[in-house]
Ligand binder design. Structure first.
Ligand code: ARG
Length: 458
């Protein structure tokens, strides 16, 4: 019999029952639902709906169920129940008979499901924060080891100016610091307890909701029951934080795929995290990075599907909301797994320093230095830029780097150019000059690494 037998005279159609079920997804909320039910039974005891003995019995049975599922939560899936809430209630009733039927007094599956889901989110966010921490730590470690590894930085995927691999690592560090802070913000907002909201208008029983919220470990209780049972902002907020972070991981992957390509050859990934080709013996493919890039699409898609799920839903609870969990669970697991594999990748990168440096010198990455040199000699920047362009045109026709141009040749473009031009346009000076806050100079980077290590060790 279902939870609502009284009003119905017909048995549900078999296919409808299957279509209506969510147990195969929400069984993952079993621990949260048991914890919630124990706290609810205590709240009912305080208002004398349950006696002290009755509450104790309920708590003991709920804990026994918890032990059972801790060994193997998949046993839940053998049942035909509609969802995890009805599954637990059925188990309670089969152990305690009439007493088991008292637990649902004053609550609804509407406030129950969103409280469970928020508890699950709080648990999962903590896991994700730990994984972000690991990723950040490995970025800083790798940066520290590669402070002198000069390579080209790109715009439009064209060599632009020299940077270092450490600096590249620190760029991703900034992105993941923002992800972390967004996640903490989202956590703060979702940390309000909806239990005690009833079906939609509040519970008719004199429950102390602030106390209940405390017991369940929430920051505070929600303030409007109609909103409480229909709010799924936290689901789309977490999914959007996940999507942004997955976009970061996807860009990280794309950069590394490029650095790893045969043409560029800046890095090598160790055998343990790459795979070969079934046909071409020479291949060593960056599969893990490609998979991260692809999985980003799945997470963004799940955000979109949840936003569309909510769009136009009337207040308050609608069964549509049952569909939010699968995509949230899936996205959070993808995110965690991609962070984990990214840590593994960071631990398995070797730099091809010679190639990096050789590339940094190619493509006139010191053109800005030449323009800046002319500015220092008194030429306005626009004209200096134009003049430098002309010199590069000349050099590229003869396949020369700027350093290879003779001083007499330079002087044809500007009399102001002197012998000191050469020390102004070499790689080291280009890096050294960018010493303002956030710049690429060795000294800025090493200061930043020291600061970040301190923050990580706190
Ligand atoms: N399985 C449902 C869900 O996930 C639980 C809430 C059911 N409430 C209801 N009024 N039918 O949303």
């Amino acid at each position: 019999m279902s939870l609502w037998g009284g009003r119905f005279t017909e048995e549900p159609n078999g296919f409808f029952k299957t279509f209506n079920r969510s147990l195969d997804v929400d069984y993952k909320l079993v621990k949260q639902d048991i914890f919630l039910s124990i706290q609810w039974s205590k709240a009912l005891k305080k208002i004398d709906v349950l006696t002290v003995e009755e509450q104790k019995k309920i708590e003991i049975v709920l804990n026994t169920i918890l032990k059972e599922v801790e060994i193997n939560s998949k046993i839940i899936l053998e049942s035909q129940e509609e969802d995890i809430h009805s599954w637990i209630e059925k188990k309670l009733i089969s152990s305690l008979g009439l007493l088991g039927k008292k637990l649902h007094t004053g609550r609804s599956r509407n406030d129950q499901v969103t409280t469970d889901l928020k508890l699950w989110c709080k648990y999962k966010v903590q896991k994700i924060l730990n994984n972000i921490y690991d990723f950040k730590k490995n970025l800083v470690d790798l940066a520290e080891k590669n402070q002198r590894s000069i390579m080209p930085g790109y715009t439009h995927l064209q060599s632009a100016q020299p940077i270092t691999f450490a600096y590249w690592c620190l760029a991703y560090l900034e992105m993941f610091k923002r992800d972390e802070s967004r996640l903490k913000d989202a956590l703060y907002r979702l940390d309000e307890c909806p239990l005690g909201s009833g079906a939609l208008a509040g519970t008719a029983w004199n429950i102390n909701r602030e106390e209940l919220s405390d017991q369940l470990g929430f920051r505070t209780a929600t303030k409007n029951a109609l909103d409480s049972v229909s709010d799924r902002d936290y689901v789309i907020e977490l999914l959007s934080v996940a999507s942004i972070s997955m976009i970061h991981l996807s860009r990280f992957s794309e950069d590394l795929i490029f650095f790893n390509s045969g043409e560029v050859n800046f890095i090598e990934l160790s055998d343990s995290i790459t795979s070969g080709s079934s046909l071409m013996p020479q291949k060593k493919n960056p599969d893990a990075l490609e998979l991260i890039r692809a999985k980003c699409g799945k997470v963004c898609g799940n955000l979109l599907s949840n936003m569309i799920l909510l769009k136009g839903l009337p207040l308050s609870y609608n069964k549509d909301m049952q569909e939010d969990k699968k995509s949230l669970f899936e996205a959070m697991d993808i995110w965690i797994n991609c962070l984990k594999i990214s840590v593994l990748i960071l631990k398995n990168i070797t730099l091809n320093l010679k190639n990096c440096k050789k590339s940094a010198k190619k493509g006139y990455t010191n053109a800005t230095e030449l323009a800046d040199y002319l500015v220092k000699k008194g030429i306005p920047f626009r004209d200096a830029h134009h003049l430098t362009g002309k010199i590069i045109l000349y050099a590229s026709k003869l396949n020369l780097s700027l350093e290879q141009i003779e001083l007499t040749e330079f002087k044809k473009y500007s009399k102001l150019i002197e012998q000191d031009i050469y020390k102004n346009i070499n790689l080291d000076s280009s890096l050294k000059k960018r010493n303002s806050l956030g710049g690429v100079s060795f000294s800025q980077v090493s200061k930043k690494i020291a600061l970040e290590k301190k923050i990580l060790n706190k």
